[in-house]
Design a protein around this ligand. Structure first.
Ligand code: FE2
Length: 360
């Protein structure tokens, strides 16, 4: 990042093969208030000197033993690697229009002919420095502004992510003592998506949207949701409504995560063979995020304690998933499931699992 430079602190480099000219310019610059002046009569040192310390202006003679002023400007262009280039004020006795044009097209910022008029040199030095220092200041302010915008954007994304996590918590609050089911399903669905080589952006989207799959349970009464035994067929019909309710809660959002959440909430109980609910879709007619979450939801439900069952081992849960592959679950997703490490799927949720950034 460029630093603010006061006018009197401007760093000037004087390059002329004649020591008398260098001395004269040094004295003049000092008289005009510039204390930070470095000079050389050896033009081969210019690039090195500029690499040693950033300069705000170079006063450059054109006619010098090799390298001449044109060659120096060419070397400066070649060695320039980034940031704002320091302006070059060319001083020469050659007053031909061709030389002036060549100097200006070679990288010179301005041009003064020798013997020079001191007032003209003073004003041109002042003008070039003024423009250069203002541009540096502008770049510095822009960098600060961008830094602030990045910070605010990060805060905003953190707040939105946290809101979604808490929204997912609402869905599982009453029937999951650990409040981690939703996040584990999100993590596993994202791992399945990654196994299927979905783009990273979609993996992130599924990671954030999948925890919302049971948000519709808000609309199911405690008597049904928390019932320890089997549900009657009427109760099960009510329970099934959580897919439709969840879809409605998340519907019509402009957020990509909530749009994915709507699909997942509605589709995560569809079955590969078409016997699922609420729409009875089959095979690939079921959106992929719904099929991913179906596998993740089944695995997580089987491997954790519920009011009506104890926690199964990962092996027993995997056997059950294989048993229903091709009927209840997408066999392609089950193949992806086989490539996952069960220890990762059962690990406690860390904040790092939730991830930062990605599409919203
Ligand atoms: Fe569900």
């Amino acid at each position: 990042m460029a630093e603010t430079v006061r006018f009197s602190e401007a760093r000037i480099l004087v390059v002329d093969d004649e020591a008398a000219n260098v001395l004269l310019l040094e004295r003049l610059l000092q008289r005009w208030g510039y204390d930070n002046v470095v000079s050389t009569t050896d033009s081969s040192q210019v690039v090195f000197l500029l690499e040693q310390e950033r300069r705000d202006l170079v006063l450059l003679d054109l006619t010098m033993p090799h390298p001449d002023g044109f060659e120096v400007m060419r070397m400066l262009c070649e060695s320039h690697t980034g940031g704002r280039r320091c302006p070059v004020l060319v001083l020469t006795a050659d007053v031909s229009a061709a030389t002036k044009e060549r100097a200006l097209t070679s990288g010179a910022s301005d041009f003064v002919t020798k013997p020079f008029d001191r007032t003209e040199v003073r004003l041109r030095v002042r003008n070039l420095l003024s423009t250069h220092l203002l541009q540096l200041e502008l770049e510095r302010n822009n960098a600060l502004l961008e830094q602030r915008v990045r910070g605010r954007t990060r805060d905003l994304e953190d707040a939105r992510r946290e809101t979604l996590e808490r929204l997912a918590l609402v869905g599982e609050y009453r029937d999951d003592e650990t409040h981690e089911h939703a996040q584990r399903v999100g993590r596993m669905a994202a791992l399945l998506a990654a196994q299927l080589a979905l783009p990273q952006e979609d993996v992130q989207l599924i990671r954030r949207a999948a925890p919302l799959h049971d948000i519709g349970k808000l609309g199911v009464s405690d008597a049904i949701l928390l019932k320890p035994g089997r549900l009657t067929s009427d109760e099960f019909e009510v329970m099934k409504r959580h897919t439709v309710i969840g879809g409605r809660i998340l519907a019509r959002s402009v957020s990509a995560v909530l749009q994915a959440g709507e699909v997942i909430a509605r589709m995560h109980h569809e079955r590969w063979d078409g016997d699922g609910y609420p729409d009875g879709l089959a095979g690939e007619a079921i959106p992929l995020p719904g099929r991913l979450v179906a596998v993740a939801d089944v695995f997580d439900a089987l491997t954790h304690k519920r009011p009506y069952k104890s926690a199964w081992t990962a092996e027993r849960a995997a056997a059950e998933i294989h048993r229903v592959a091709g009927t209840q679950l997408d066999p392609g997703v089950v193949q992806a499931f086989d490539r996952l490490d069960p220890a990762t799927l059962l690990a406690p949720i860390e904040s790092a699992d939730v991830g930062v950034g990605g599409a919203w």
